[in-house]
Design a protein. Structure first.
Length: 555
């Protein structure tokens, strides 16, 4: 349903909808997660179509695009930056169409974590669940730290601890009001992000064409000098240029991680059979317009050898802000910085929401302490939320070090863990595909069917590329090994590879202790819960006017 006529639709279908959702919510209650006599509620479907659409968009646009692209440009040059984000965008799209096919058919609490248990192995579900939770509680302090440093743009005299505390309170408050409040806040935050990046792309075209106050036409000046690629670490020739491009991939992964949040939110989405496919089908448009359009413009506006781009420069500066200042446009940098601040708040709010729902989903399957499955009568997993919020305190680590360095460490941890989540989603899809084939289920009858996944092609494409990136992401740590003065960077090695080593250790450990087995294709359960999901789906009237048609297309 379009966001403009949701209230009308719910009035029209009100009695039928209330009855269906009520029974569905009872069915989703975590029966085994509570002691006798305690209230059994579970999550409630409070996220509307426009909420889901903006959560999907908000997952694509974040501080990774606004801030992290600076270091990526410094590593790869303008063409290396664009190619790196293009390759990672193709991986992201492959993951999303694989996930979309599964989650549109089974929009269950826990999302891809529960799907891994159902179609692969409980051990993979356990591993993916804790990896996903770890991913989002780690990035939460990074976003809080980034928000505090953005505020320093206006006032650098007040200790960052005050700003971190204020931002954390804002984020926790939004989530305490439940999924509906989170969805509404994300709707407006994401709207600001969409307007910001769209305006910046247009402004970038104007500046590079000589429309700024200094009337200096840039064009492809910076592609000529210092050049389209960076010779990474001073390594000459094709090798140096390729390494510069490869160095972009990890930062690009950090930027794209989060598009899969719609799977976690699926358990709280209204009319999921309709709204989830609509959110996922438009992912490629958002990748093309926002990321590829944004990175291309960044490569035109700022030279790759600008010293303010690197994370260890002592500050976090957006390439867009650098370009606006260089063009001599007054006031606008402050406006853009304010928009970036709302982006950081939005990302932090999503981090807390996602991590709390991840551990809630684990508790439902007895893979986390059952206390995390407790919810209020309004469907808020308050224990999980409070526990995850405490990890925001890690943001205070940035007070004793360069904020940019700390942000970089957290970004590395999140990129690795996020790529492992994508890898697990695609592995789950290959098993899902085998199960459909073995049981004679036609994929074209599903609510959403990814055309590029015939033969699970897109999933295998993502699995192969993600594996290569995970293995070789820390290549720069070994450059110069054996030479005089070579010093191994232990901190970066740990942040790059800790999630990669933990993933198989946790999987094998759980499998050994619990004696789990891989689910055979013939035994996969495609039926349980479908009656509840179908009860939560309902027909919606078509758009009534031109505005609603446009809105419906966007959503």
């Amino acid at each position: 349903m379009s966001g403009l006529n949701e209230e009308y639709d719910e009035k029209k279908y009100g009695d039928q909808y209330s009855t269906q959702v009520g029974s569905a919510q009872d069915a989703h209650a975590p029966e085994t997660a509570f002691g006798e006599g305690e209230v059994k509620v579970g999550l409630k479907r409070q996220l509307k179509a426009r909420h889901m659409a903006m959560i999907s968009i908000g997952g694509v646009i974040g501080t990774g695009l606004f801030l992290g692209t600076g270091s990526a440009l410094a590593n790869g040059g303008p063409l290396g930056l664009f190619l790196g984000y293009t390759l990672m965008g193709s991986i992201c799209y492959s993951v999303m169409i694989s996930l979309g096919e599964m989650i549109a058919f089974l929009p269950i609490p826990g999302g891809h974590i529960k799907l891994a248990e159902r179609f692969v192995d409980p051990a993979l579900s356990f591993t993916m669940g804790w990896n996903y939770w770890y991913n989002w509680v780690i990035i939460l302090p990074a976003e809080l730290s980034a928000a505090a440093v953005l505020i320093n743009f206006w006032n650098a005299t007040i200790n960052n601890a005050a700003w971190i505390s204020i931002c954390l309170v804002v984020v926790v408050t939004i989530n305490l009001f439940g999924a509906g409040a989170y969805g509404e806040a994300e709707f407006w935050f994401a709207s600001i992000k969409v307007l910001t990046i769209t305006g910046l792309i247009i402004l970038g075209i104007i500046i590079t064409s000589g429309g700024g106050p200094n009337h200096q036409s840039i064009g492809f000046k910076y592609w000529d000098s210092p050049g389209p690629f960076v010779q990474y670490d001073g390594i000459a020739g094709v090798t140096g240029r390729f390494l510069g491009f490869f160095a972009v991939l990890t930062q690009a992964a950090f930027s794209y991680i989060g598009t899969e949040i719609v799977a976690i939110a699926a358990g709280e989405a209204k009319n999921p059979r309709r709204n989830l496919p609509r959110s996922i089908k438009k992912v490629y448009i958002r990748i093309l317009v926002f990321y590829l359009g944004g990175t291309f413009i960044i490569g035109l506006l700022v030279p790759s050898d600008n010293t303010s781009l690197t994370l260890n420069s002592g500050t976090l500066k957006s390439p867009f802000v650098i370009a606006i200042r260089n063009a001599g446009i007054p006031v606008l940098p402050s406006i853009i910085n304010a928009c970036l601040l709302t982006s950081a708040w939005s990302a932090a709010s999503s981090d807390l929401y996602t991590s709390s729902r991840a551990i809630y989903g684990l508790a439902l399957t007895h893979q986390a302490p059952k206390i995390f499955a407790r919810t209020t009568r309004n469907g808020l997993p308050y224990v999980a939320l409070a526990f995850c919020a405490t990890f925001g305190a890690l943001a205070y680590m940035s007070l004793g070090s360069t904020a940019g360095v700390v942000f970089g460490y957290f970004a590395n941890l999140t990129a690795s863990a996020g790529l492992l989540t994508w890898w697990g989603i695609c592995v789950t899809y290959t098993r899902w595909y085998a199960g459909l084939k073995a049981q004679g289920i036609n994929r074209k009858t599903l609510p959403y069917c990814g055309t590029l996944n015939k033969g699970a092609f897109a999933a295998w494409y993502a699995i192969v590329l993600i594996s290569i990136i995970l293995v070789f992401q820390g290549f720069d740590l070994f450059l110069g090994a054996g030479e005089a003065g070579y010093v191994f960077d232990h901190a970066t090695f740990i942040t790059d590879y800790l999630p990669v080593w933990l993933f198989p250790v946790i999987y094998l450990g759980y499998k050994f202790i619990k004696k789990t087995r891989v689910v055979r294709a013939e035994e996969m359960d495609f039926a349980t819960g479908l009656d509840v999901i179908e009860a939560e789906s309902y027909d919606e009237p078509p758009p009534r006017n031109f505005v609603e048609r446009i809105w419906s297309w966007i959503m």
